[in-house]
Design a protein around this ligand. Sequence first.
Ligand SMILES: Cc1cc2nc3c(=O)[nH]c(=O)nc-3n(C[C@H](O)[C@H](O)[C@H](O)COP(=O)(O)OP(=O)(O)OC[C@H]3O[C@@H](n4cnc5c(N)ncnc54)[C@H](O)[C@@H]3O)c2cc1C
Length: 916
Amino acid sequence: MLSIGLLLLSAAVQIHGRSVGKYARVVGPETAAANTYDFIIAGGGIAGLTVADRLTEDPDTTVLVVEYGPFDNGEDSVLVPGLYNPGPYLWPVFFSAPQPGLNNGSFPVLMGGVVGGGSTVNAMFFHRGSTEDYASWEALGSTGWGWNDLLPYFKKSENFTQPNAQFAQARNISWQNEVHGSSGPVQASYSPYDYESGGNFWNGAASLGISAAKDSNNGDPTGIFWLLRVLDPTKGSRSYARTAHYDRVINSRPNYHLLPENAVSKVVFKGKQAVGIEYVTRSTGVKYTASAKKEVIMAAGSVHSPQILQLSGVGPKPLLDGLGIPVVVDLPGVGQNFQDQLSLAINYNFTSNHEPNGGSLNSNATYDAEQHALYKSTHQGAYTLIRTTGNQNIALPLRNTTTSYSSIISAARARDPASVLPPNTHPTVLKGYKAQRDRLLKQFNSFHSPIGSLSWNTGPATTLYMLHPLSRGTIAISSTDPLANPVVDFRSLSDPTDLDNVLALLRKNRDIMSTPSMLALGPTEIAPTGGFTTDEELKAVLRASTQPSNGHECCSLPMMKLEYGGVVDPSLQVYGVKGLSVVDLSIFPFELGTAPSATVYAVGEKVGSLARVCANVAQVASIRDTPLFHGVQSTTSSLAIETIDPQVKSKLSILALHFIPLLDKPFVQSPEFCKMFAKLTTKIALRKAGIRSDTFSFPESKPGSNDEPSTALPIANPFANLSVPKSWQSWSTPPPPPVEVAPAPVIGTRSPSSPLLRLPVADGRPTVVVFLRHCGCSFAEKTFLELRRLANKYPRLQFIAVSHSSQQATDKWVKALGGAWSVSVVVDEEREIYALWGLGISNTYHLLNPWTQVARNKLGKEEGIWGREVDPSGNRWQIGGGWAMDELGTVRWGAASKTADDIPNLVEACKTLGAM
Ligand SMILES: Cc1cc2nc3c(=O)[nH]c(=O)nc-3n(C[C@H](O)[C@H](O)[C@H](O)COP(=O)(O)OP(=O)(O)OC[C@H]3O[C@@H](n4cnc5c(N)ncnc54)[C@H](O)[C@@H]3O)c2cc1C
């Protein structure tokens, strides 16, 4: 038998904890480098997280997402629309090249640098383009990405909540349920609050013949309509890629790894095959590589995906040669065709505006405080709107914007497209641009495709958005340093048509402000355009005041034909290499006549679902070749399976019925397409059909380097191999929890939440949670008794105890203590919640150091608490702890216990939550 003295000596040598688990949610750079993944995704924004979510639905598919930014901390500035402040999570200081079209100004390059990307910082508008936009995309080579192809994925991405019927009728909200989804991960709803003056704007537009859109998301977004937002109607908070495609699934996806605060620096190639990535830890500058067996997926957004490709040797040869980067494939289109939507805010004074209005939160402290309190208690009111925005938006086709539309279009047609692009543009890029212009100018002539929109916040500002620019910019690296920003050149207004269109929108806005219903409010246009009247004067002001970016950067790796300067094919594979695809909004051929995020989500959903369809095709194709399926006969309408188990046969037939009809479609039939998607997922289809993915022994090897790490404690558990009585089993080495132990939550951050322990709790009470070290331990008993006492005393708080002993053992223990009274007891036998809260396995010192033994004796002698015998479940090596969360789930107090006798001071916890 080992003596206590020897134990303590060993403890002094090794006192830190152990990381456990085959897979985890958040991983460090070393873990990512040690694994081989099926897919590696560069960038954890909208596209990256959507695709990661869908790929990891197959438990056999492993995915690593590498994200440049950190996680947000659930701050009000992210979650509460009325406190919107994107600043902290925007990409750090980043300015464009000087813009000759905008009086040589340099402008901020706006985008998220955070898990969730743009969806964490954006203005929450959730709109789709027009059927004409997507039809034009198809005409340019994006076969299979038309409106009808995308509609199922728009629906799949969304959980639409219709507004209250009475409110909708009173405020002119119009929608069509049939174009919306009701069970997707992204919450979409209208704000339940409106300012009175919104009605004046609506009536003003109507008096000019601008009709109401039936539903701005039905493929014809023209007219006046209410803005749909990614607003969770129950919580009144932002719904974003993190909540929709990470938080929602992560507790059930040990195969989904996310490495934050690391920048992907390049794609690693073996010949033309992408086999992994190189990434750099931002805080240390240390570089690592991670391997991908199937695919490397670019989702770093329209500025950084082209940067990464260029750093990897995929791009225009002259640029790469100039920087000494070995060329993997000369692709002239990488970084060309860059676009953003221009915006201009026009300020107004009003003599008789309704109060409150969209400016009142900023100008009236009493109203602001009142609305904040209302939001806190009911999640209603003006705080459900992004601060200082209104609800009504007018999307205008050029023909309804200006009577000069035909001369604008003729002048654009007469212009030499080459004169609009940078000098020495590659002929393929020029050809593609000509094709785009042709399509866009047709759309300029249509009544169903907006060129811009007007949005009055009902207070001091109207914003114009120029949605369909003809100017084209560039993204180009100027250094091989992956942490240096690429040169972003918007080249705004390099095509004068764009200035004509901004001017037309400005004049249309003046028309609306001059309608009787708006004049009743006494508007005066002030900065920057007020007082200017001639076209020349106004154009000069517009060049001085228009913003080149709305944070909608796109199109720098377009999905177009190769001969059009395209970079990816319709299966989103990068031309000229293998195992490399792009899924973010850099694949758009051109800007949509709306904000982009709804389409980025749909692209991610389509990638995920098509992956399955093509996996079916590929799987059945390989089934046909296996000896198991000698009897399989296939026709274009059915599969006859004769030699296999009848149950599998019926499931496979169902599966076949799903894919066979698709084979008749030329696009899905294309071998390249199916090859690509067969690689993108492999076994999901069979799983979905209820067939084990390894039933047919496809040539899929298990990731060797993902082998379970050793379960040894940092110092050998002295009891591990002893043959002990049953009651001693709690001393044996526990198996690792199913997820890696995360860092413990710190004060000011959002608490972890999982299906077993959801925070904030449903009734919104501030909450104290304790994690019991072990039912049987005297310190756990003392903690629980104190929790029970306080729960009785402070009913306005919620008290929860988490136990990792079995339900039976926990119940028995609680009963022996006299009952739980007002404490909720959660059983977490797997220790999954413990791991999420940073509570792993202790070392020997934590448990057996001399001071802990002294404390144990003291507790026994002074309070009669000696611990108890329990059923042999749970174990004594588990670390406990306690935390206090406010009503929004933000951690206000607490930590993991440093040693077994470190009992959380729960009185302090209650004080912090304002209970005393
Ligand atoms: C201020 C603002 C307001 C907006 N408002 C709206 C709106 O109201 N409605 C709307 O539809 N759209 C809006 N947008 C645009 C929308 O959010 C973006 O178009 C959308 O997020 C793009 O999705 P994505 O997946 O292509 O890229 P992103 O969501 O930007 O994701 C790219 C991710 O890649 C990461 N990354 C970049 N480089 C690297 C690297 N080297 N290694 C690892 N990771 C990297 C980034 O940090 C980011 O998280 C707004 C954007 C901004 C900035």
